[in-house]
Design a protein around this ligand. Structure first.
Ligand code: DHB
Ligand code: FE
Length: 288
């Protein structure tokens, strides 16, 4: 039996969430409602444990400085250390990779005409470790191997929603052609509305965020046509992180031409403001 994508998970990656957990503050009044929104998700992940997580995230000038910025980078290493983001590395487990599946996906996706950067050594920042913490809590080891997939949403030009959506479809084809029985989850992370700088710093747009969640579920192909300027105007300069969710959504089985499955099942949906400067959104979609 071949590998298959069983579900997709979407979540914001606010670094202060990681700090709240690491410093034992998750039950404080400010943080408790946020973490409560992930209680279901931690249980769900235990009950639906994948063999591999393909984790789409963005690096924040941590592994890649502004001297070198790949648009799409796939982590093919056997392990990835939590990065030092200025306060020392987070006290979380080292991320174990899956070099065989990662190299297969690189091979397949590059032959489908997406130019991926192959990365054999890299540290991973809050963009990757905070989603893992939200979904897994504080385990002594992460529940399965993780393939980090870094997307440039920091330095323009960044990839379009349409390109991300098509890339997700290519990743799904790559997974389906891996000749080992593996359950793979794809996670799309970052977002939702937030702006960390300039005159509009602190911007939150709950109406836009909820509509983004609605459309991601029911009409992702239409959502993928939304231009960058709409993300930035409506969701703030860092709201552009949301294009990464379209990679995960594009990898679901109802997408494609023609679609080969029914729409996914919405297992969980959560939205919360405030968390630091960011609106936190979260979805779990299972393939039908
Ligand atoms: C915050 C959000 C981010 O996405 C990030 O990368 C850094 C900080 C924040 O809300 O504070
Ligand atoms: Fe970010």
């Amino acid at each position: 039996m071949a590998a298959r994508i069983t579900a997709s998970v979407y979540t914001s990656h606010v670094p202060a969430i990681g700090a709240a957990l690491d410093l034992g503050k998750s039950q404080e009044p400010y943080w408790q409602p946020l973490f409560r929104g992930y209680d279901f998700s931690r249980q769900w992940l235990q009950d639906n444990r994948p063999d591999v997580i393909f984790l789409v995230y963005n690096d924040h000038a941590t592994a890649f400085s502004l001297e070198m910025i790949p648009t799409f980078a796939i982590g093919c290493a056997a392990s990835f250390a939590p990065a030092d983001e200025g306060w020392g590395p987070r006290p979380v487990p080292t991320v174990q990779g899956h070099p065989e599946l990662a190299s297969h996906i690189a091979q397949s996706v590059i032959q489908q005409d997406f130019d991926l950067t192959i990365v054999n050594k890299m540290d991973v920042d809050h963009g990757l470790t905070v989603p893992l913490s939200l979904m897994c809590g504080q385990p002594s080891a992460w529940p399965c191997p993780v393939i980090p997939f870094a997307v440039n949403v920091v330095q323009y030009p960044v990839p379009s929603g349409r390109r991300c959506f098509q890339l997700g479809q290519a990743i799904a084809r790559a997974v389906r052609s891996f000749d080992t029985d593996l359950k793979v989850q794809i996670w799309g992370t970052g977002g939702m509305s937030h702006q960390l700088q300039g005159a509009r710093a602190g911007l939150i747009n709950a109406e836009f965020d909820q509509r983004f969640l609605d459309r991601l579920i029911t009409e992702p192909a239409g959502l993928a046509e939304m231009p960058h300027i709409d993300y930035v105007r409506e969701a703030g300069s860092e709201g552009i992180e949301l294009v990464m969710w379209l990679i995960a959504r594009g990898a679901m089985s109802d997408v494609g031409d023609p679609p080969h499955a029914a729409p996914p099942v919405v297992r969980h949906r959560f939205y919360h403001v405030p968390a630091s400067n960011t609106a936190v959104g979260h979805l779990i979609l299972e393939n039908a």
